[in-house]
Design a protein around this ligand. Structure first.
Ligand code: ASC
Length: 128
């Protein structure tokens, strides 16, 4: 377990940073900012699916205080927060499956669903 809230904050922020990098590169490919490479895309989707499971553990009680953009509302509405996190993990898992297909519409839809999970949680539980 984490020794102090700052360690939990660092842990979840590290995971989110890795998720953002991998997800961002996928978005660049889908938006035509760089060539679509199916193998790289799929590898990044696998990364996001695995990484999506990490941040939740870092949202320990008391870790709304410190160098964090997490709002106290997370711990007031913990069940809703938990379900949003699970939904994100499910969408990321579906994206990793879709990425193994050659169906660009399926891939784009699965990517959009995952992005909606990111934004849906940020809108409610993250400082602007
Ligand atoms: C990203 C990123 C997010 C999400 C979100 C999706 O690449 O860093 O927080 O996508 O913007 O709407």
């Amino acid at each position: 377990n984490f020794e102090k809230p700052a360690d939990a904050i660092e842990y979840r922020q590290s995971a989110f940073g890795l998720i953002a990098y991998n997800f961002g590169d996928m978005g660049a490919m889908l938006k035509g900012k760089k060539p679509f490479d199916a193998a790289v895309f799929s590898s990044r989707a696998d990364n996001v699916a695995a990484l999506s499971k990490l941040p939740h553990e870092g949202f320990i009680a008391g870790s709304d205080k410190g160098d964090t953009e997490a709002l106290a509302k997370i711990w007031q509405d913990k069940a809703d927060f938990d379900s949003k996190m699970t939904e994100f993990q499910d969408n990321a898992a579906a994206l990793a499956v879709a990425a193994k297909s050659t169906d660009q519409n399926l891939i784009k839809q699965a990517f959009a669903n995952t992005g909606k999970s990111c934004k849906g949680c940020h809108d409610v539980y993250k400082k602007d």
